[in-house]
Ligand binder design. Structure first.
Ligand code: DER
Length: 258
């Protein structure tokens, strides 16, 4: 389909530009577009990829790397560097649910946002791949809610707190039709989807009572007891570059790099 072709074009373009021969640790996100990132990597000569180790972001991501015959490890096994700091990943590839003009991103449509954010903040560069539907003037215009990963026992507390924060109808993500009961994440958490009014990009001051800005809302949600992680990627969590697969088969590259 044209949409699959758009995702594929974005993925192949991103891998071609940003997976380099000297890379040793590479993050791999989750979702449908990342499938084409792994496909692109698996078509490279094994001489290039056999020394690479891939950091995955959930069962779907790990199965993609496993099926491609590529090496993977868990992020808590990364070696320390000379100075005793945890070794950074050279690059992390991942998808998005919505991207605003400043490359703030909503993620979590696939319920994998916790491990995705852990990999992103452990990487030197986040390369985002998406189709044209994800590009938006500001967050929460085309993607209606912010996915939030929580510990199950905090469900009612989190729902009530999100309502107090101004979310009209936060809901626990159901597993139906695949599974009766809530979606259970790869980390044994639940997902709450919290709708909010469209967000200001962070550079516009948000006067009280009006729309939140991205960073403020992310922090307020993260502070709720029981919240594990929030599907807003802002500040240092933003991608350095986003590859949008377009309807005409072309790829639009947006970057904040000067
Ligand atoms: O959950 C996520 O953040 C995933 O990256 C996912 O939502 C990306 O969407 P895609 O299936 O359109 O690539």
């Amino acid at each position: 389909t044209p949409l699959q072709a758009a995702k594929r074009a974005a993925a192949y373009h991103a891998v071609s530009d940003h997976l380099l021969p000297n890379h040793t640790y590479v993050g791999i996100g989750s979702g449908s577009t990342i499938v084409y990132v792994v496909e692109a990597i698996s078509t490279l000569p094994r001489s290039l990829t056999s020394h690479m180790t891939f950091l995955t972001t959930g069962h779907q991501s790990r199965a993609l790397i496993y099926d491609a015959g590529l090496r993977y490890t868990n992020i808590d096994t990364l070696p320390l560097d000379g100075a005793g700091a945890v070794r950074m990943l050279d690059v992390a590839f991942d998808g998005a649910d919505e991207v605003d003009a400043e490359l703030n991103v909503i993620k979590g449509g696939g319920a994998c946002l916790f491990q995705e954010k852990l990999v992103v903040v452990s990487a030197k560069k986040f390369v985002c791949v998406a189709d044209h539907r994800k590009l938006s003037p500001s967050l929460l215009t085309s993607f209606p809610s912010i996915p939030v990963e929580i510990l199950p026992l905090s469900t009612q507390h989190v729902l009530a707190s999100l309502r107090l924060l101004g979310s009209p109808s936060p809901t626990l993500r159901s597993g139906l039709p695949a599974k009766a009961g809530p979606v259970i994440t790869d980390n044994a958490g639940f997902i709450v989807d919290a709708p909010f009014p469209p967000l200001l990009p962070s550079q516009e001051p948000s006067d009280e009572g009006s729309r939140h800005d991205v960073a403020t809302l992310a922090k307020r949600i993260k502070e709720i007891v029981g919240v594990v992680e929030v599907g807003l990627f802002f500040g240092a969590q933003k991608p350095a570059v986003v590859y949008f697969g377009m309807d005409d088969g072309g790829v639009m590259v947006k970057t904040l790099e000067k």
